[in-house]
Design a protein around this ligand. Structure first.
Ligand SMILES: C[S@@+](CC[C@H](N)C(=O)[O-])C[C@H]1O[C@@H](n2cnc3c(N)ncnc32)[C@H](O)[C@@H]1O
Length: 278
């Protein structure tokens, strides 16, 4: 049994947060897939590389890494049992035989030392209680000269489309869910620099990347999905039904102008961080 340091996150991602992701992998991949090109361009995976995907979730980025490392291997690690199970099922269904998934807490997981050429993550590295300990542990799994590449959310601009559209729900938030609290922990690029340097990485870069976030085919689908997401349910459960219905209608109305033949797409921005294990 591998150790777990982040027990609150483990509870959330093995509970309602993780269940919704595991049940809707394609929807979450549509939300986050607009940043894949930037992530994989920076990761520059070679065909014989061994790749570690941290907080791999249902495994889209692990599968993409495995295809690039056709003569190597991609290992996805995630603290969530339902998401790891879904990742295994999808990879098997796609006939990918060089992707492996493990359940574990990347902060303390006993990775093979100096093993991986690349460690990457699409939004799976923000949930550690101790970032320096976690990135030191991940650094130990990299070969000397190995690369760390991840994306993590920027703080949404208060004037941005998303902030305005989802304002009716944000006004109802009493306390962020555990996942939501983690989500913004690396949103300050100078903090990312500090943490990665303290964890022993060099050549740290943090750059902004913009992409389209695909919320669904139309405003109805988008609003249904948004209101079923873990952090939103965490805050709306138990509230007056009329208040929730009103917030829902206001979000739906705000989303309608963004409907296009390709779906409801909002601009999003993340940080792309890269670093090297010396
Ligand atoms: C925002 S989701 C991103 C999932 C996936 N990378 C993607 O892009 O679809 C964050 C993921 O990090 C995982 N996670 C959170 N804390 C973790 C930890 N300490 N160790 C490993 N995985 C963790 C969660 O279970 C979840 O799957």
């Amino acid at each position: 049994m591998q150790p777990i340091a982040n027990t609150q996150q483990a509870e959330a991602w093995n509970g309602h947060e993780g269940a919704h992701w595991a049940d809707n992998p394609d929807r979450y991949d549509s939300l986050n897939g607009g940043f894949n090109d930037a992530l994989f361009e920076a990761a520059a995976i070679g065909e014989r590389d061994r790749v570690l995907d941290i907080g791999c979730g249902t495994g889209q980025t692990t599968r993409l890494a495995a295809r690039r490392a056709a003569l190597g291997q991609a290992v996805g690690i995630d603290i969530s049992a339902p998401m790891v199970e879904r990742a295994r099922t999808v990879a098997t269904g796609e006939g990918i035989d060089n992707a492996v998934f493990e359940q574990g807490d990347a902060q303390v997981h006993a990775f093979p030392a100096g093993h991986y050429h690349v460690a990457l993550s699409r939004g799976g590295v923000m949930f550690f209680a101790d970032h320096v300990a976690a990135f030191s542990n991940i650094g130990g799994a990299l070969r000397p000269g190995g690369r760390l590449v991840f994306i993590c959310p920027q703080l949404p601009s208060p004037e941005g489309d998303s902030a305005r559209i989802f304002a009716p729900v944000n006004a109802l938030i009493r306390r962020p869910s555990p996942a939501q609290r983690g989500m913004v922990s690396l949103s300050d690029p100078s903090h990312v620099h500090e943490v990665l340097t303290a964890a022993g990485f060099t050549e740290v870069t943090v750059d902004g990347v913009e992409g389209l976030v695909d919320w669904g085919r139309n405003a109805d689908e988008a609003v249904d999905f948004y209101f079923a997401m873990g952090p939103v349910r965490f805050n709306l459960d138990g509230l007056d039904e009329g208040v929730v219905r009103d917030a829902r209608e206001r979000v739906r109305t705000a989303l309608q102008p963004y409907e296009t033949p390709e779906g409801v797409r909002l601009r999003g921005a993340v940080w792309l961080a890269t670093a090297t294990r010396p």
